[in-house]
Design a protein around this ligand. Sequence first.
Ligand code: SF4
Length: 146
Amino acid sequence: MKARIACSACLLGYACKYDGGSNFDPEVVAFLRGCEVIPVCPEILGGMPTPRIPAEILPDGTLRNRENLDVTEYFEHGKIATLAILRAAGCDRIILKDGSPSCGTTYVYDGSFTHRAVPGMGVCARHLRDNGITIVEIHEKGQRLG
Ligand code: SF4
């Protein structure tokens, strides 16, 4: 049986990034070869368009876009929808794009829109982890789908 795993859609080449591009990562695609892959984009699932104004997580945990609009609700919808998709698909693993306010796994940007990265997780990544979804880090030496 094929391993089933979800993945940030932008890593697979979907043009769902805030600027209308993708974060295509050939290493991710190579890693996933032979797997049953479920692409998800929490920000699109949350109701945001592409392209969209980039958002960051503020120190108080709310999200604002670069025009200072509170977009927390979209991110909350996105994390709930993403978990629901994984649950419906019987999928308990995901590869996520680091640095994103939704998908970040080890770092995010600090809310100042000055490209300052800080340790932390995106809204969706944290929600998935807290609900038992394993975040697969393919760049870790020796990490394999089991
Ligand atoms: S929300 Fe996640 S999947 Fe969507 S563009 Fe951002 S990093 Fe990629």
